[in-house]
Design a binder for this molecule. Structure first.
Ligand SMILES: N[C@@H](CCC(=O)N[C@@H](CS)C(=O)NCC(=O)O)C(=O)O
Length: 202
């Protein structure tokens, strides 16, 4: 059985959501933030971060890699084959390398860090950078939606929406990105997402 380590108030949220989408049984080990975290994670993530996952003899870190593993176990439509599998990788890497750094710069300086440690200029620059990247997604969804790969929800949606979840929940301005906003709303309204959100949002 899958074991997902990490409180749902972390990137483990993404993996819980993916496991729910896959319909796979999993055990949630809700490792919390704090000084004890690194010791608790010593056997599963040498980075000392959450999430981590165990599946039999396999131990993995990196939330989006964990999600690809979960989806591969479930098969299509969550993890399609052929060219669509490559498209899943494209959107997953785009989420991690092009979108997450910018949206996290906005997030750290808007709602994550204590107020006295936030830099409004960095928040503004992160928001502008994220919006520029997301304009590409806006055009893609307009031409190819409703999901990233078209007709079916896949782990590509789970991974990219997972990266954007905090911004969606915490007031990022999606006003000029109506297709992205509608797609995020649809992602987080899925029954599997609602189960993960219940753990995260209470
Ligand atoms: N790229 C990693 C990032 C993991 C990460 O930074 N996790 C945060 C929680 S969301 C963490 O454990 N932070 C604690 C720390 O950095 O010490 C992933 O996607 O899994």
């Amino acid at each position: 059985m899958l074991r997902i380590h990490g409180t749902a108030k972390s990137r483990a949220f993404r993996c819980i959501w993916a496991a729910e989408e896959a319909g796979l049984p999993y055990e949630h080990v809700p490792v919390a933030f704090g000084p004890q975290m690194k010791a608790e994670l010593a056997a599963v993530n040498p980075n000392g971060k959450i999430p981590a996952m165990q599946d039999g003899a396999l131990t993995l870190f990196e939330s989006l890699a964990i999600n690809l593993h979960i989806a591969a176990k479930a098969g299509a439509p969550l993890m399609p084959s052929g060219d669509d599998a490559s498209r899943v990788l494209q959107w997953t890497l785009w989420a991690a390398t092009e979108v997450e750094p910018a949206i996290m710069q906005w997030a750290y300086n808007t709602y994550i860090r204590p107020a006295e440690q936030r830099d409004p200029a960095l928040a503004k620059a992160g928001a502008a950078e994220a919006a520029a990247r997301l304009a590409v997604l806006e055009g893609h969804l307009a031409a190819n939606g409703p999901w990233l790969l078209g007709r079916d929800f896949t782990v590509a949606d789970c991974n990219l929406a997972g990266v954007l979840y905090g911004s969606w929940l915490n007031g990022f301005d999606y006003g000029r990105l109506p297709k992205v906003k509608a797609w995020l709303d649809a992602c987080f309204d899925r029954p599997a997402a609602l189960k993960a959100r219940k753990l995260r949002e209470g």
